[in-house]
Design a protein around this ligand. Structure first.
Ligand code: IVH
Length: 691
């Protein structure tokens, strides 16, 4: 394909993919299959890699992410980002309506909308292309999170239709749908990270991540609900919303015009119930005056518009009694206090238990057995205890003490500075930790031994056949045939019948044998080192190549790897300093598991960089640092962390540390730019001397 043809094809593919994104994410009516879509995207990525100069500012490949933002730039809002007056009472809504009538005099039309519970965002479009996305910040200035926002599939990178101004801003709410939230929390608990308390926290945490590729994986979504400014050709808010939809924005289908206070109350009441069916959180309803002329007449207070008000739903709250507190130990050893409550009906379900989170929460609530407690189900999915009715406290109650020893193995609990959770440190001897680690090891995303499950792991453990992952590889059919549960029948657990007949045993052993082929990155994830989730495992294996290199790495080499901070590095170091853990690794090596990245996992694109070593530093425009490093390896080169006389090139991006540059200059190492590098691997130009 010649350059001109490539340029045209890139333009066509960008348009076509954006069109399909709109069909899928806004109109919910895809025109092509996921596979066909993936093929288009793959072709575009291929062409953009070969012809980076033709990458468009609205290329859908930006939605995959890749850019890293070290520090978010502060941007002043053109129109201040105000908040809304809040109310919880119908009385206040009547007052609001009265006030408006007094100012306007004649009939007023309202638009009632859902109040989405997420993070406010202002998007600026110039000539139909998304050029900037800024958070609320303090209302006057916010953070420029454009790279991250570009990964949200429902936000158009290029507008459709006609009639939009040359430059304008549109505002809305970025949120995390329930499905994405639950998946994310599952993954976080898996690696011993604290789960997010609610989808709003998850959304605001995600939008401020440094790596846009990570943001892309969070599956955020966005509703647009407000177009500030007077340079738009419309007379009502509703018309603006309709126009926004025609330009490709996701606006809510539940915005409706209301003509009386009764209409408004009907809307409020129906959503107080209806919100439970939505796949995302709303925390209320917003009522806006529809006419823009009337909005102007009403004006603003210092903090909020007089033409709109937010009615917030009351969190549903009931009173019940705290019967007892259990302390549960998870796979990572974290001890979570769980309240057992007198069963009570709340928001459509019977609530019997509520999380008390950690020792600090218990202390802050000063909660005691027998207390009458208030339980709420707000935005959070798990009900929580929000307070105590002190007037009802039994006179003889005593303060609740957080346990000092593990309820499962009696080991004294420990707490690290700066952390709120107490941990049982007896990783290799505490039953729920042992079983949890084994379950993690065999899980689908780790070693994927699906012929074993929670129930079977439990039986193997109870029968003394399994204490750590390495024991799996010593099992034979004599061990397994005819195994049974050993615990007493009094244990109240509804279990499926599990039998270890011949066929089951063969399946288990085949599953274990097949896991020997699972790649190093999943083996590393399966080992269950705290904070080493799938992404971190992938980064570490790509960087260090084999377990020996990884075990030899010190804190400096570890933190040199992109996105590996001190917390993760310390956890990796602690794991490899543990004698018991090392023994397990050695046994797994002897059992034939993969502890080295396979040549086939490295895409061998060429040998152009054979024998060359690179130091990649700084922030790049077209590719993430990780992708550049991968490309170096794909073409036969090697990445190293620091500059020495043996380094062939310093590949320098923006904001590179001055020390690196100085050292390279002193040793006469050529410093090359991203473009020089791309030229090196793509167009067969001779290697540049220096820049
Ligand atoms: S209108 C000038 N509409 O709630 C008024 N806001 O405290 C612009 N929100 O800042 C806001 N859903 O972050 C508006 N349908 C909706 C909304 C909404 C959620 C958020 C937004 C706003 C805050 C008000």
């Amino acid at each position: 394909m010649d350059r001109e043809a490539a340029k045209e094809r890139i333009e066509w593919l960008s348009e076509e993919i954006n069109r399909h994104n709109h069909q899928y994410y806004i109109l919910s009516s895809p025109l092509i299959s996921d596979t066909e879509f993936d093929h288009l995207l793959e072709e575009l990525i291929r062409l953009e890699t070969a012809y980076p100069e033709f990458l468009l500012p609205h290329s859908p490949t930006l939605q995959v992410g890749g850019d890293i933002t070290k520090e978010f730039k502060q941007v002043k809002h053109k129109y201040p980002m105000m908040s809304l007056g809040n109310t919880y009472s119908e009385e206040d809504i009547r007052d609001f309506e009265d006030r408006i009538h007094k100012t306007i005099g004649d009939a007023v039309e309202y638009v009632c909308e859902l109040k989405f519970d997420g993070v406010a965002i202002g998007l600026t479009y110039r000539e139909g292309i998304l050029v900037q996305a800024v958070t609320r910040g303090d209302g006057t200035a916010g953070d420029d999170v454009t790279n991250n926002v570009r990964t949200i599939r429902s936000i158009p990178l290029k507008l459709r239709g006609t009639g939009y101004p040359l430059e304008f801003e549109i505002r809305g709410e970025i949120f995390m749908p329930h499905a994405s939230f639950e998946k994310l929390n599952e993954q976080r608990t898996d690696i011993g990270e604290e789960p997010f308390a609610n989808p709003r926290n998850a959304a605001s945490g995600s939008i401020k991540m440094q790596s846009s590729a990570e943001v892309a994986k969070r599956n955020l979504d966005c509703f647009l609900y407000y177009l500030p400014g007077d340079d738009l050709p419309f007379t009502t808010h509703y018309e603006r919303l309709t126009a926004a939809r025609s330009w490709g924005f996701k606006t809510s289908e539940f915005a409706v015009k209301c003509h009386s206070i009764d209409d408004i109350f009907d809307y409020l009441n129906s959503w107080n119930e209806g919100r439970k069916e939505l796949p995302y959180d709303i925390d209320g309803v917003v009522i806006k005056v529809n006419s823009l002329r009337q909005q102007e007449l009403l004006g603003y207070t210092a903090k909020s518009p007089r033409w709109a008000i937010a009615y917030k739903f009351k969190a549903e709250r009931v009173t019940t009694t705290l019967l007892s507190v259990d302390f549960q130990v998870g796979r990572t050893g974290a001890v979570t206090p769980v309240a057992n409550l007198k069963p009570v009906q709340l928001a459509g379900t019977v609530v019997k238990r509520a999380s008390l989170h950690n020792a600090d929460v218990i202390a802050a609530l000063d909660i005691r057995i027998g207390d009458a407690v208030f339980v709420e189900k707000g935005g959070e999915i798990i009900p929580k205890i929000v307070g105590i009715d002190h007037a009802m406290r039994p006179p003889d109650s005593v303060a609740l003490e957080f346990i000092k020893q593990c309820p499962e193995c009696s080991a004294p609990l420990v707490r690290q500075a700066g952390e709120s959770a107490w941990y049982c440190p007896n990783e290799l001897g505490c039953p729920p930790q042992i079983k949890g680690k084994l379950e993690h090891f065999i899980s689908r995303r780790a070693m994927n031994i699906d012929s074993l499950g929670e129930g079977k792991i439990e039986i193997l453990y109870e029968n003394g056949l399994l204490e750590n992952p390495a024991d799996l590889y010593d099992l034979d059919s004599d061990d397994l045939l005819g195994l049974k549960r050993t615990y007493s029948a009094t244990q109240e657990k509804k279990e499926k019948k599990i039998s270890f007949r011949e066929k089951t045993v063969t399946n288990i052993l085949n599953g274990i044998a097949a896991s020997r082929e699972v790649g190093f990155e999943r083996v590393l994830f399966a080992l269950g080192i705290r904070y080493v989730g799938e992404t971190v495992a992938k980064k570490l294996t790509l960087h260090f190549r084999n377990i020996d290199n990884l075990m030899k790495a010190d804190i400096i080499t570890l933190t040199e790897v992109e996105e590996i901070g001190e917390k993760i590095a310390a956890s990796v170091l602690a794991a490899f300093a543990d004698h018991g853990f090392l023994q397990i690794i050695h046994r797994l090596m002897d059992a034939g598991l993969q502890f080295e990245i396979r040549e086939s996992e490295i895409i061998r694109k060429s040998s152009k960089l054979d024998g060359l070593t690179f130091v990649v530093s700084g922030v790049f425009e077209k590719f993430s640092r990780d992708d550049l490093k991968k490309e170096i390896e794909n073409h036969g080169g090697k990445n190293v962390g620091s500059i020495s006389a043996k380094t062939s090139y310093l590949l320098a991006g923006e904001n590179m540390g001055p020390e690196k540059r100085k050292k390279a200059e002193k040793l006469g190492i050529p410093i090359i730019s991203e473009n020089d590098f791309l030229a090196m691997i793509m167009q067969w130009r001779p290697l540049p001397e220096t820049v």
